[in-house]
Design a protein around this ligand. Structure first.
Ligand SMILES: [Zn+2]
Length: 117
């Protein structure tokens, strides 16, 4: 995928508020989650400011050392523009459950409940 197309996708994802920061209460622990909107083909992604758990990132950034995936580009864009990052604070146990759901099922219903209720 060419860079400008990735950037366009990234900006759209930011407009659609698909980046969530989860902070664990009373700690310095936090991660960013990129919420998928397509249940069948895609999954939520766990990110830091410079990494992502998707295949595109592993192949294009780590293996080829080329560009970031659009998930990380979206995160960088929203951090720079201070736009549209939903922040959620949880206890450690909830944080753990969210990550386990993403690893096991590809997405977290618990996280969606926290965001939308
Ligand atoms: Zn990614």
């Amino acid at each position: 995928m060419e860079k400008s197309r990735l950037l366009r996708k990234a900006k759209l994802a930011v407009e659609n508020k698909r980046i969530v920061k989860i902070e664990v209460e009373n700690s310095f622990l936090s991660v960013y989650i990129f919420l998928t909107n397509d249940i069948r083909r895609h999954r939520d992604h766990i990110m830091t400011e410079n990494s992502c758990d998707c295949k595109y990132f592993i192949f294009n950034k780590i293996y080829l050392n080329k560009c970031f995936c659009y998930h990380v580009l979206a995160l960088k864009y929203s951090l720079e523009s201070e736009k549209n990052i939903i922040t959620i604070k949880t206890d450690f146990s909830t944080f753990n459950q969210i990550l386990l759901e993403i690893y096991n099922y590809g997405k977290s219903l618990k996280l969606r409940k926290l965001i939308y209720t």
